[in-house]
Design a protein around this ligand. Structure first.
Ligand SMILES: [Ca+2]
Ligand SMILES: [Ca+2]
Ligand SMILES: [Ca+2]
Ligand SMILES: [Ca+2]
Length: 308
């Protein structure tokens, strides 16, 4: 039996038999299980025409991704990204790859809604453009946990520092305000690796519960820095100042012990017998007057260095 349908609201289509209708189906999605507000994620969405008819619409149909507190698409949901298509032959499929920024929402569990054949106007109204044999298989959803993260940046010393010298281990700790950051148990500890971004060494500490923290940052042969009373109400970038070089023995002070370590390997380069990377403060691969200058400039200082 053939159903004859009259579709006055869809321009260019007057009479269609359902046996020749297209049927767009969201057949696959990929998305991370979790993400930080104000940080980018990449997702994908595959749409297949599982109907017998050509999917064609002269004005494009839209594939859209929404952020929702439930797995229903309605007018309260946040439209994140989209792509447009106008033709898909029976049996064919395409995949949209989307990269977008998670908005500044409250931390918690959400759904990403992946909807095909969705219109140009506000969500909530009936915005299906393409007449299909099945309008009820046009969306898949995925649970995503959204949290806050802290992008910690530090400045590293040493004019001879090569780019790879900005990629360093960075230990970032979060404390109850007023704690002694050298001895108190931290609330969070992150052992991170930095990347060089805009002249800073930067690393991301993820899944931070909102609150007020003293945050410390440390790397090898530097003194520990601390920034006090950092208020976290969403994802935020925090600058932890300049990490002072010269602490060859990774103690809490730059003193004669460090000078002794430097002196013992002075003039050596990476690969040489006697080269000690702990005294190569600028990570240049050689221990020379630059490293001595850094130690001399910071001599007598002790951790923690409080950053304003
Ligand atoms: Ca469909
Ligand atoms: Ca919703
Ligand atoms: Ca020391
Ligand atoms: Ca050096």
């Amino acid at each position: 039996m053939v159903n004859i349908c009259f579709i006055g609201v869809f321009p260019g289509i007057a009479v269609i038999a359902s046996s020749s209708l297209p049927d767009l189906v969201v057949t696959g999605i990929t998305a991370p299980d979790s993400a930080s507000t104000q940080h980018q994620i990449t997702v994908s969405m595959t749409v297949q025409n599982q109907g017998l008819g050509d999917a064609y619409y002269s004005g494009n149909w839209w594939d859209k991704v929404y952020l929702s507190t439930d797995n229903l698409l309605d007018s309260s949901d946040t439209w994140l990204t989209w792509d447009a298509h106008s033709h898909l032959a029976p049996g064919d499929n395409y995949t949209n790859n989307f990269t977008f920024t998670i908005p500044s929402v409250a931390a918690g569990d959400y759904y990403l809604l992946f909807r095909t054949d969705w219109g140009y106007y506000s969500p909530g109204s009936s915005e299906s453009y393409l007449y299909e044999s099945n309008e009820n298989n046009n969306m898949l959803s995925k649970l995503i946990t959204i949290y806050y993260s802290v992008d910690v940046s530090v400045t590293l010393q040493g004019g001879g520092r090569p780019d790879e010298g900005w990629v360093v281990p960075l230990t970032v700790k979060f404390f109850t305000p007023g704690s002694d950051v050298l001895t108190a148990p931290p609330l969070y500890t992150f052992n991170l690796i930095t990347a060089k971004i805009d002249g800073f060494a930067v690393a991301e500490a993820k899944r931070i519960v909102p609150g007020i923290y003293d945050i410390s940052a440390a790397t090898t042969h530097c003194l520990t820095n601390v920034k006090k009373g950092v208020v976290i109400t969403g994802s935020v970038a925090v600058n932890l100042g300049t990490l002072l070089e010269g602490n060859a023995d990774d103690s809490n002070a730059i003193n004669i012990t460090d000078f002794g370590i430097l002196a013992a390997s002075y003039g050596k380069s990476s690969g040489d017998s006697g080269y000690n990377a702990q005294a190569d403060f600028d990570r240049s691969g050689s221990i020379n007057i630059t490293d001595f200058g850094l130690l001399a400039a910071n001599y007598g200082k002790s951790a923690p260095i409080v950053v304003p």
